[in-house]
Design a protein around this ligand. Sequence first.
Ligand code: COA
Length: 158
Amino acid sequence: MKVAVYPGTFDPVTNGHLDVIHRALSLCDRLTVGVAIREEKKPLFPAEERAEIIRQVLKNEPRVEVETFDGLLTDFAKKHNATFLIRGLRAVSDFDYELQMALTNRKLAPDTDTVFLMTAENYIFISSSLVKEIARLGGDISELVPSAVEEALHKKFS
Ligand code: COA
């Protein structure tokens, strides 16, 4: 059984993340989405709410589980018996940071590899911060995020 972990802050999850999740599912039998708590990033949504939104969006996908985590990603992956980590690449600018993280994680857990998936081109410009800014300023985010996120953001900013 091939198990993968897809980590991120997901504050909130976007259609770009969901695109990566669907691509990852064609490579593994089970995917654990790891929602990093990351208080230092001052997230808009508490970690458990970020996780719950993803669970709701992916409720028809039995091969996905969603859990929050603190601490090292490699420990979280080990706990879930994951043999690879998934990361999405949007543009060349993501590469340096991702390479550094992948090599650090390989140092910490030599048996765990990182698999990079190219995000679909219509989502390469999206980031969670951008989505939050558009929502805060009253713009249309319906094509960037699932409806559960749209509702959650409207509630936050209304
Ligand atoms: N579509 C849309 N947006 C995407 C995306 C995609 N496919 N891939 C990344 N992004 C965006 C995110 O929305 C986020 O945007 P924001 O900065 O505006 O919020 C940004 O890119 C960063 O992506 P994210 O996936 O949230 O990564 P991160 O850098 O916040 O998360 C962790 C990094 C959680 C994986 C990393 O910090 C970690 O592993 N932490 C655990 C501690 C640890 O083990 N440290 C050692 C690791 S080397």
